[in-house]
Write a protein that binds this ligand. Structure first.
Ligand SMILES: Nc1ncnc2c1ncn2[C@@H]1O[C@H](COP(=O)(O)OP(=O)(O)OP(=O)(O)O)[C@@H](O)[C@H]1O
Ligand SMILES: [Mg+2]
Length: 263
């Protein structure tokens, strides 16, 4: 439904952040975008959301070249949303319930529908107990969940997660993982995750793109691409733990730690 072909993106100061990038988000339900700092991941997301317009190349949405007039962008943004890395950029100094309802109220949904959607989003993200709490009193991990709930309530078909686990402890990371699973398995969403955490990407994505200096260095199923050590080295990325266990300890290539330890 959403892809880009040969996209180059050049910032005003002439930084070439993406070079001839082609990415098809139909390749998996959980797509990982990996690459070191400055590789172009966030810039890529902004291009997919129509917030940035490619300097060259095209974003293709439902089979047509994306147009950048208000109506076309509004249509795209009914289907496609983002959870930003920094939850403080996505919350609005109200209580949790109103925060999650914010965008729906802006779009003039009726309050009954808003209530249903917000309740559903709070359930999926385990934020119902926080509903009355002012958002600015929440811990970082709780804010993250609320910012995810905001996107869940919008019922997007595709949700981009920019560094969803950055700054989270082990338990909060596991919670994010459960939320992502629910979105894909129970709610039929497609998700696109950028992360520096190769273990998280390995365990949670089915297809990945490796970005390096604004270019796609490699793409494919996680269990294939993560075995290519020379590509990971070129992109300055670490081998996931389960790949190391496979290559250096002769274990099968398991998808989760649990599978390895139960083997
Ligand atoms: N507003 C901007 N103006 C000029 N250059 C920018 C701007 N934003 C980002 N860049 C540059 O574009 C390149 C890609 O940056 P981007 O933020 O997309 O990388 P990233 O992969 O998301 O990195 P990180 O992992 O650190 O979040 C970098 O060289 C960065 O310096
Ligand atoms: Mg980034």
């Amino acid at each position: 439904m959403l892809k880009m072909e040969n996209v180059t993106y050049i910032y005003e100061d002439k930084t070439v952040a993406l070079k001839d990038v082609s990415i098809n988000l139909s390749k998996g339900l959980k797509i990982g975008i990996v690459g070191s700092n400055g590789a172009g991941k966030s810039t890529l997301f902004m291009n997919f959301l129509g917030l940035f317009k490619p300097s060259k190349g095209t974003v293709i949405y439902k089979g047509s070249h994306l147009k950048y007039d208000r109506t076309s962008l509004n249509e795209l943004r009914r289907d496609v949303g983002i959870v930003l890395q920094d939850p403080d950029k996505q919350i609005f100094f109200s209580n949790v319930y109103d925060d999650i309802a914010f965008a729906l109220r802006n779009l003039k949904f009726d309050e009954t529908e808003i209530r249903e959607r917000v309740e559903m989003a709070m359930k999926i993200t385990n934020t119902d107990a926080l509903r009355e709490k002012p958002v600015h009193f929440l811990s970082y991990g709780q804010k993250k969940n609320v910012s995810i709930a905001g996107a869940v309530a919008m019922d997007y078909k595709i949700i981009f997660f920019d560094e969803p686990t950055a700054g989270l402890d082990f338990v909060s990371k596991e919670n994010v993982k459960k939320i992502l699973d629910k979105l894909v398995c129970d709610k039929n969403k497609s998700i696109v995750i950028s992360s520096h955490d190769m273990n998280f990407i390995y365990e949670n994505c089915d297809y990945i793109y490796i970005l390096n200096n604004g270019q796609v260095l490699s793409e494919g199923e996680v269990q294939t691409v993560f075995l290519k050590k020379e590509i990971l080295d070129r992109a300055s990325l670490e081998e996931p733990f389960l790949v190391k266990a496979h290559k250096y300890l002769g274990k099968n290539l398991y998808r989760t730690e649990k599978e390895l330890f139960n083997s």
